[in-house]
Ligand binder design. Structure first.
Ligand code: ASP
Length: 374
C-alpha cells in the first residue's frame, strides 16, 4: 500500500514527539555482516569521522499540511532523529550522533539559546572522539548564530551550520541533501581552521561574510562581493577562498563565564528620520546602538543628536550601513564623536560583535580595534 501524505506527516510528527528539551540520540549503523550496531565510541574501527549534530529547529525541521506548501508552514517541529533518518546513507559519511538543543523558528532565536549552544559546541569539540559539529538551524537568523559561534568557539575542528528553505514535507525538500553536504563538509580535513562555515544549496560560505539575500528562494545564502568559500560536489568540499579576519582559536572572546549578553539595539535610518528610536533604545537600557545608516553609514541630523546624547551616557554607538555592501569609512569626525564604524559588517553582524565587545570593554577606541580585526 502506498503511504499517503497524511501517513507520512503523522509518522514524521510522531518521530518529532519528545523533540523539545535537551535530548541525546545515538545513531547506530547496522553492518550486514554481523548485524551489530556500530556506536560512536566504536567508530575508530570504521575510519569514519565522528560528527555531532546539534539541532535547533528551523524550516529544515518544519512541516506543512501538503507537499506543495512552501510558505506558512510550521518551522521547528521535527526532532534531530527524524532529520537524520531522512538522509539515507548518512551513516556511510560519518558516525553520527544527534542532540536537541532547541526546536524553534530561528526568528525567535535568543541570547540564552546562543550561550547554551556555544557552550555545548565547545564542550563537544573538546572531546577527543568528536571530529566536528553540524548545527541545524532556521535560515532567518542563521548568519547571526554562525558569526556569534565564529567568535566564541575555541577549536579548529569544523563547525557547519545548515538549514533549508523548504520544509521537510515539501516535494523536493532541500533539507536532506543540505544535511548530507554539511556532514560531509564537517568530516573533511579541508574545513579545519576555516572558522564557522555555512552550507546550503551546494555552496560553502564563511560565517563572517554570509548573509541571507532572498526571502524564499533556495539560492539565498551568499557572501556578496567577496564570494563563496567554495562548493560541495559529490560529497566533497572544494575550497577557493578563506577569511583573513580573526575567528575561533584566534578570537579573544569567550562565553565560558557568560550568563547573559549586553543589550544592543539596531536603529534603521530612512528619509525624514527622527531620534525617537535612539532615545527608546537608550531608555530600554541598551549598552550599544548599531545605526544602520543610509549610504556610507550616513546619519540624519536629528538622529545624530540622539546618538551623541546616547554616547555621552556611555552607550557605544556603531555606524553601520543599510546598503549591504562595502566598508563604512571611518572619518575624523568619528573620533571626535567617539563613534565606532562597522567595517563591512552588516548591521545584524555588527550587533553580534558589539555585544561580545561589550563583555570586555566600553572604550570606543578599543571596540574600534575589534571591528577592524574581526
Ligand atoms: N522562519 C524559518 C526559520 O528561520 C525560516 C527557515 O528556516 O528557512 O526558522
Amino acid at each position: 500500500m502506498k503511504p499517503t501524505f497524511k501517513k507520512i506527516l503523522s509518522t514524521t510528527l510522531l518521530m518529532a514527539l519528545g523533540a523539545s528539551g535537551f535530548q541525546t540520540a545515538s545513531f547506530a549503523a547496522t553492518t550486514p555482516a554481523n548485524n551489530k550496531a556500530v556506536t560512536l565510541s566504536q567508530s575508530a574501527a570504521n575510519h569514519l569521522k565522528n560528527i555531532k549534530i546539534l539541532a535547533t529547529g528551523g524550516t529544515i525541521a518544519g512541516t506543512g499540511t501538503s507537499n506543495t506548501q512552501t510558505t506558512g508552514y510550521t518551522a521547528g517541529v521535527l526532532g534531530v532523529d527524524a532529520l537524520i533518518k531522512a538522509v539515507p546513507g548518512l551513516d556511510k559519511v560519518a558516525n553520527i550522533s544527534g542532540e536537541q538543543v532547541a526546536n524553534i523558528d530561528s526568528s525567535a532565536m535568543t541570547n540564552e539559546i546562543w550561550l547554551k549552544l556555544a557552550k555545548e559546541v565547545n564542550a563537544q569539540l573538546a572531546k577527543p572522539d568528536v571530529d566536528g559539529v553540524v548545527i541545524t538551524h532556521g535560515t532567518d537568523t542563521l548568519e547571526e548564530t554562525a558569526y556569534f559561534l565564529n567568535l566564541v568557539v575555541h577549536s579548529d575542528k569544523p563547525v557547519v551550520l545548515v538549514g533549508s528553505m523548504r520544509p521537510a514535507t515539501a516535494t523536493s525538500a532541500d533539507g536532506p541533501m543540505n544535511l548530507y553536504n554539511a556532514v560531509a563538509l564537517a568530516s573533511s580535513n579541508a574545513a579545519k581552521g576555516k572558522g564557522v562555515l555555512v552550507s546550503l544549496n551546494d555552496q560553502i560560505n564563511g560565517a563572517r561574510d554570509v548573509t541571507k539575500t532572498n526571502t524564499t528562494n533556495m539560492d539565498t545564502f551568499k557572501s556578496p562581493e567577496l564570494g563563496y568559500m567554495g562548493y560541495m560536489l559529490g560529497g566533497k568540499a572544494h575550497f577557493y577562498n578563506q577569511s583573513t579576519k580573526r575567528h575561533t582559536t584566534n578570537s579573544e572572546f569567550s562565553v565560558d563565564d557568560l550568563k547573559s549578553l549586553p543589550r544592543v539595539d539596531i536603529v534603521y535610518s530612512h528619509e525624514n528620520d527622527g531620534r525617537e528610536f535612539v532615545d527608546a533604545a537608550a531608555k530600554a537600557g541598551a549598552k550599544g546602538i548599531i545605526h544602520a545608516g543610509t549610504g556610507d553609514g550616513s546619519v540624519y541630523p536629528v538622529t545624530k543628536e540622539g546618538l551623541l546624547d546616547a554616547q555621552k551616557k556611555g552607550i557605544v554607538v556603531v555606524r553601520s550601513s543599510r546598503v549591504g555592501n562595502g566598508i563604512v569609512s571611518h572619518e575624523a569626525d568619528d573620533d571626535v564623536n567617539h563613534f565606532v564604524t562597522s567595517d563591512n559588517l552588516n548591521p545584524q553582524k555588527a550587533r553580534v560583535l558589539l555585544m561580545l565587545a561589550l563583555t570586555k570593554t566600553n572604550d570606543p577606541s578599543e571596540i574600534q580595534r575589534m571591528f577592524d580585526e574581526y
